[in-house]
Design a protein. Structure first.
Length: 336
């Protein structure tokens, strides 16, 4: 059972041995699919694989902070008593995600204290953008910020300004020494709150005018070109698994997966092209070198009724012995 507040502050934080400047992790967050990244970090710690820098988006920011705290990520994320599938989706729709967000029911009725004057205002009252309210406290988010700032490696995460259409990158002091693509903003509790602000929370009261950066960039990889090896940890299987979409629910899921995949493809396109040109001998400039971009994708398909529902088999797929052997190779792999 996960607990978000009141965690024992005496829990020993994770320690790391000395590192060579070669390795980066890119953790992609999407729709509450955090078990994959959590399993990856757990396996990395068990194997002694130590990064120089970790980028994270959306819910993976919390996963990374709790990993640094030394939390058992599986018990933190996965409630064995919570229903899954359609029943779990209905439960989340009507009651929210415990400790994460609640339905915006009081806020819905509060809007009706002022009678709408136009058809657009009627629509905004009946079908408001705000469906849920975030529940993580300022103290908890500030604690996560402190954990990220004190990490023994670089940490970078993103947020998005929907008015300007631009992204913002936040990093700790260690990341500033390794980052060569523009300045990083300092990590604070408000930055963490912004990076976790879902569109389901509405567009009023955005922390610092920013929201979840995964809507713009679901995985931060492009700036990691100075690292020799990059593990890109994506929570979706490559391509559509099983039968073609046949229901409205399938189509909604397909659209979300396509959005993620398109964003991810844009992140890695330049690296893959440079690697290809070097392999073909068409690029010999010594300023360019081949980068090992290793994709760690789950082999468990995600459907419409899996969003905001963490599955133990996804976590376990990264922590079994065969899976560990798989993702320690030099090639992209899917972990069952």
């Amino acid at each position: 059972m996960r607990t978000l507040e009141g965690r024992d502050q005496q829990t020993p934080q994770r320690r790391f041995r000395g590192m060579a400047n070669t390795l980066a992790f890119a953790l992609a967050g999407l729709g509450g699919f955090n078990a994959h990244g959590a399993g990856f970090l757990t396996a990395a710690a068990e194997l002694g694989v130590e990064p120089n820098l970790v980028t994270a988006t959306s819910g993976q920011i919390i996963v990374l902070g709790e990993w640094l705290r030394g939390t058992d990520l599986k018990s933190f994320l996965i409630d064995p008593d919570r229903p899954r599938g359609p029943l779990g989706t209905l439960l989340t729709a009507y009651s929210g995600d415990p400790g994460i967000f609640r339905p915006a029911v009081p806020e819905f009725w509060r809007r009706w204290t002022r009678w709408p004057a136009t058809p657009s205002e009627v629509a905004a009252r009946l079908f408001p953008a705000q469906e849920y309210v975030p529940l993580r406290s300022e103290a908890y988010l500030s604690g996560i910020a402190d954990l990220l700032n004190s990490a023994p490696f670089g940490v970078v995460f993103n947020a998005y300004d929907p008015r300007q259409g631009t992204g913002a990158l936040f990093g700790n002091a260690a990341a500033g020494l390794l980052w060569s693509d523009g300045d990083l903003r300092p990590i604070a509790g408000e930055a963490v709150a912004a990076a976790l602000w879902l569109s389901l929370y509405g567009f009023e009261g955005l922390p610092g005018g920013l929201m979840d950066g995964a809507y713009q960039r679901p995985c931060i990889v492009a700036e990691l070109h100075r690292f020799d090896r990059i593990y890109a940890v994506r929570p979706l299987a490559q391509g559509w698994r099983g039968k073609v979409p046949a229901t409205w629910f399938d189509v909604q899921d397909w659209q979300c997966e396509m959005w993620f995949s398109a964003g991810y493809a844009a992140e890695v396109a330049d690296m893959e092209r440079i690697n290809q040109l070097i392999e073909e001998g068409a690029l010999t400039d010594p300023r360019f070198r081949k980068i090992q971009l290793i994709e760690i994708a789950t082999d468990h398909p995600a459907g419409y009724f899996n969003y905001f529902t963490e599955r133990p088999q996804v976590f376990d797929g990264l922590t079994t012995k065969p899976a560990k052997s798989c993702w320690l190779t030099d090639d992209a792999c899917r972990c069952a």
